[in-house]
Design a protein around this ligand. Structure first.
Ligand SMILES: CC(C)(COP(=O)(O)OP(=O)(O)OC[C@H]1O[C@@H](n2cnc3c(N)ncnc32)[C@H](O)[C@@H]1OP(=O)(O)O)[C@@H](O)C(=O)NCCC(=O)NCCS
Length: 283
């Protein structure tokens, strides 16, 4: 059982297909999250490493010291992890959901131990329970249009930080990365037409799950429900296409509780959390 070594562009459709096939509320990976992780910045800024792929598992060196793993078949997961680790020559960190038993076992067998790190909690929402979109007066919400990658990247950066890796060129590429759909990428505009909040939703048609990633609201317009409105609006559009369940994965630790509060107000309920593991070489 020898995994194929591929670069992320070649591997992404197969990684997404496996993530979709294995999706459950106890699984870490969603096809939209993989698209975002593979394309949110310029390739040279992201420093994405190779993927080790089998039919039933993959292991991705998302960066030279960060490993992501997908699979539920123990031998396949073990083989993918082993192939990835053969190419690593330093410490490597991996994060997975606490419910990913097979991945956790493969990491433990290869010397990973749990470390303290910021963690994330998967949150779920039956889209039948979505509240209506609520916007304060003067604001409007709409879907991004093809060709608006420059404005879209700018509103993301304005909310996150000026040093965000989300450039105009990167967003252009992201918009060409399946399962991206502009009709599920929503922005809130102010009375003067300025873009002030945004939410991108990724719909996996096979599972019906619509992932919220990312959400942003610029600070000068913060605390008015704009990020929540962008999220509800994009999720409502996904429901209109056939999505049945929402997923969002905000920080779960106490150091950054705001986004989880925002999603719980919309109706999302917490599920499994991530845990972080590190394998040190002792050098
Ligand atoms: C987190 C972030 C998206 C919030 O944007 P926002 O537009 O201020 O979000 P909202 O206004 O919808 O909600 C924020 C707060 O405003 C409050 N609020 C919402 N509508 C309100 C209203 N009509 N009147 C008064 N307060 C309101 C909410 O209760 C919430 O408060 P809480 O955090 O104490 O629960 C924004 O700060 C941001 O982009 N941060 C950096 C990126 C980030 O962390 N993104 C989320 C990652 S998962």
């Amino acid at each position: 059982m020898t995994p194929e070594q591929l670069d992320i562009e070649q591997a992404l459709p197969r990684m997404q297909d496996l993530a979709s096939r294995l999706w459950s509320r106890t699984a870490r990976h969603h096809p939209g999250q993989l698209a975002w992780s593979a394309a949110y910045g310029e390739p040279e800024a992201l420093d994405l490493g190779p993927v080790f792929v089998l039919d039933d598992a993959w292991a991705w060196l998302e960066s030279p010291d960060w490993l992501e793993v997908c699979g539920v078949e123990p031998d396949a997961v073990r083989a993918a992890v082993a192939a990835a680790l053969e190419t690593v020559d330093g410490d490597v960190t991996a994060s997975t959901l606490e419910s990913e038993d097979v991945v956790l076992a493969a990491l433990a067998e290869t010397g990973f131990v749990e470390v303290e790190a910021p963690w994330f909690t998967h949150h779920h929402l039956d889209l039948a329970d979505l509240p209506p979109v609520r916007l304060p007066e003067g604001y409007a919400v709409r879907a991004v249009r093809p060709g608006e990658h420059e404005e879209r990247a700018a509103v993301h950066r304005a909310a996150w930080s000026a040093t965000s890796k989300v450039t105009t060129g990167a967003y252009h590429r992201l918009m060409a990365t399946p399962p991206y759909r502009p009709e599920l990428d929503h922005v809130v505009t102010s009375e003067s037409g300025e873009w002030v909040a945004s939410c991108c939703v990724w719909w996996d048609e096979a599972t019906g799950v619509a992932l919220v990633e990312p959400v942003g609201g610029v600070a000068e317009h913060g605390g008015r429900g704009l990020a929540a409105a962008a999220s509800v609006s994009a999720l409502t559009a996904a429901r209109g296409l056939g999505a049945t369940e929402g997923l969002v994965c905000p920080r779960g630790d106490d150091d950054y509780p705001g986004p989880a509060r925002l999603y719980r107000r919309i109706g999302f309920v917490p599920g499994a959390r991530t845990r972080t593991y590190r394998r040190t070489t002792g050098r």
